[in-house]
Write a protein that binds this ligand. Structure first.
Ligand code: GLP
Length: 236
């Protein structure tokens, strides 16, 4: 694991964008796992600037979102809506080459099966970009026995609180990619911003691999970049 800490979010985002550029370089149709969440926004902004400047080309990349909330059709809280606002298009990712679990799936288990088949057909991911929850979750791989495949989870209330989902749409469920494609990815890039992530980052960095802190289960991946702000490490 390579750990880098940054004073400023902008510097972290530029370093992350450098790693995205390196991850797609030389590959005809690079495949990436893509995150949502506040942490991902500065990275997507940095990629959007590079796309506008013509210094990165993601037009042939294939993106697979890590997870999606199960919500009524058209909910603005969906991760699809997030990707339309922050990522697809403006960064150069072609939405037609990107996939995300169906937020409105009437048969979520069948949708998990579809996503696993799509991921298997695409082959190993070139780069999986991850955020991290305060409880150490990646995608929605929550604390507890790990799942290798795409699965449905009940989103804990404390996690759902930060998502702006109305009370009428609770309890909240989500579909998430499992650990299988993350372990198999050629490279992993995990981003953490702010003091709320301190315990989860420490569990990842200090180890051991512990299913109570899901991100730590990836700590032995041979190509793992962890980019954090100093306050996410507990550094002043
Ligand atoms: C969300 C997502 C994760 C994300 C994490 C942290 O709920 N399921 O993929 O990494 O929680 O989110 P944020 O970056 O907003 O802190």
């Amino acid at each position: 694991m390579r750990l880098l800490s940054f004073d400023a979010v902008e510097a972290l985002a530029e370093a992350a964008a450098d790693r995205v550029a390196a991850g797609v370089r030389g590959r005809r149709e690079p495949t990436l796992a893509l995150p949502t969440g506040r942490t991902a926004v500065p990275l997507y902004d940095a990629l959007a600037h590079r796309h506008a400047a013509g210094t990165i080309d993601l037009s042939r990349a294939r993106g697979f979102n890590l997870d999606e909330l199960l919500l009524p059709a058209g909910s603005p809280a969906s991760f699809r809506a997030f990707m339309e606002r922050h990522a697809w298009g403006r960064t150069g990712f072609d939405p037609r080459r990107c996939d995300i679990p169906d937020s409105g799936a009437t048969d979520p288990e069948a949708e998990c099966g579809r996503y696993d088949r799509v991921l298997a057909a695409a082959g190993p991911l070139d780069l999986a970009i991850l955020g991290i929850g305060a409880d150490g979750h990646v995608g929605y791989n929550l604390p507890g026995p790990p799942h290798e495949r795409t699965h449905v989870v009940q989103v804990p209330g404390a996690v759902a609180d930060g998502l702006g989902v109305p009370a009428a749409e609770r309890p909240l469920r989500a579909i998430t990619m499992g650990f299988g494609p993350l372990r198999a990815a050629r490279r992993l890039l995990l981003l953490a911003i702010g003091p709320a992530k301190r315990r989860a980052v420490r569990a990842l960095v200090d180890g051991p691999a512990d299913p109570r802190w899901p991100a730590s289960l990836l700590r032995d991946h041979p190509e793992f970049d962890v980019l954090v702000t100093r306050d996410a490490m507990g550094e002043p």
